[in-house]
Design a protein around this ligand. Structure first.
Ligand code: PLP
Length: 378
């Protein structure tokens, strides 16, 4: 990393616009080669100060809720798609106002809201989420096809007689996967739901495509999209979250104290539980610049957060020199599924948010404080 982080507040997320641009170019090349449309899944990355830039490359956003839809509509102003396992009655007016594509999770939901969509003066295209009952995700909490999944209609529950007005089908069964997984999934979708895809205008292949990862096989993705377009004449949508922001940002943190209890433990001003919840939920071990696996370099530490949660531990890392109080550490790949998921458990403040642009360098966009903590409580 070539950004001088010493002047940043701590802790602070920093997104490097140059790296985001690199991802956007790759995603755009897929659109250009295939004519498909790529949407940013806001649940993974909602840094709206960058929406104008993202909107130059992608076709719009996909939302999981009214709030995300509104943010995408107001801050990017391009296509706004939405999908949720069930819509809240009181939200639906707002959803109609902000969205142009609405995907329903069941025929019951479609029947419930259908007349309200039809009563709109603007054109809103409706879709249904299907569950192809095929997924290669091994972690159950991330597998939408796991036993008794509530996500999407299975073939056995499909009601062809209620499809009138439905223009699209949607499936989302991938997570951080390459295009070989997509290819195998599309085979199953084609076999099970092909007769219905025939009558559709669009097909949404969901998210979880790790398109911007260095080893991602773009050729297979392009061929799979072209196969669907040629066979069914449908418009194809992809809605990655992670792939848009993958490897574009960092979390800069500082060492507050060092204690010893059988091993050396550094207490940081950032928390796994509050600022990088996927470290505990996924779980995974984020990389730190200039640090190695335990024992790889001479000085090994366990890195923990400032909350009272015993398990607020980021992991064990080794360093070439002993850590010092006040020293800064830079966690890698911290742009996606961090800012959108963080919380103020224990009253721990949120990291500031900064952006690095080639022309103007670092700009701190947002700092948080007591008011942000208090306004979520009563
Ligand atoms: C989570 C999700 C996405 C985005 O997934 P990524 O893994 O971030 O690419 C897209 N669509 C749906 C329906 C989702 O649930």
């Amino acid at each position: 990393m070539d950004i001088d982080v010493s002047a940043l507040p701590s802790p602070c997320y920093i997104v490097d616009e140059r790296l985001l641009l690199r991802n956007l170019e790759i995603l755009h090349s897929v659109q250009q080669r295939t004519g498909c449309s790529i949407l940013l899944a806001l649940k993974g990355f909602s840094m709206y100060s960058l929406f104008p830039l993202i909107g130059k490359y992608l076709k719009g956003v996909t939302a999981s809720s009214l709030f995300e839809a509104r943010l995408g509509h107001e801050e990017m102003g391009k296509e706004v798609h939405i999908y949720a396992p069930a819509y809240v009655e009181e939200d639906f007016e707002g959803i109609l106002a902000h969205c142009d594509h609405i995907t329903f999770n069941s025929f019951t939901q479609w029947q419930k809201f259908k007349h309200r969509v039809n009563g709109q003066s603007k054109k809103i295209s409706c879709g249904l989420r299907i569950n192809p009952e095929y997924s290669e995700i091994e972690t159950p909490i991330y597998n939408p096809c796991y036993q008794y999944s509530r996500l999407g209609v299975t073939l056995a529950n499909f009601r062809p007689e209620e499809l009138e007005g439905i223009e699209g089908l949607h499936f989302h069964t991938l997570c951080e996967q390459n295009s070989d997984t997509l290819e195998r999934t599309v085979k199953v979708v084609d076999q099970k739901f092909g007769q219905y895809i025939k009558t559709m205008k669009w097909l949404n292949l969901g998210g979880g495509h790790h398109i911007t990862r260095p080893d991602y096989d773009l050729e297979t993705l392009v061929q799979t999209i072209q196969f669907l377009q040629d066979k069914y004449g449908v418009a194809v949508y992809l809605e990655p979250g992670e792939a848009v922001a993958l490897n574009t940002g960092y979390l800069v943190a500082s060492v507050l104290d060092i204690v010893d209890n059988g091993m050396e433990i550094a207490i940081l001003d950032t928390s796994a539980a509050c600022h990088m919840p996927d470290v505990l939920e996924m779980p995974y071990r984020p990389n730190i610049i200039a640090a190695g696996k335990p024992g790889e370099y001479p000085y090994t530490y366990r890195l923990g957060g400032p909350t009272c949660l015993a398990g607020d531990v980021i992991g064990d890392y080794s360093f070439k020199k002993p850590l010092k109080i006040g020293e800064r550490l830079v966690f890698c790949d911290m742009a996606h599924y961090t800012m959108v998921k963080n919380n103020m458990f224990n009253g721990v403040n949120l990291p500031s948010i900064a952006c690095f642009k080639a022309e103007q360098g670092i700009k701190v966009i947002r700092k948080f404080g007591y008011e942000d903590f208090k306004t979520r409580l009563s």
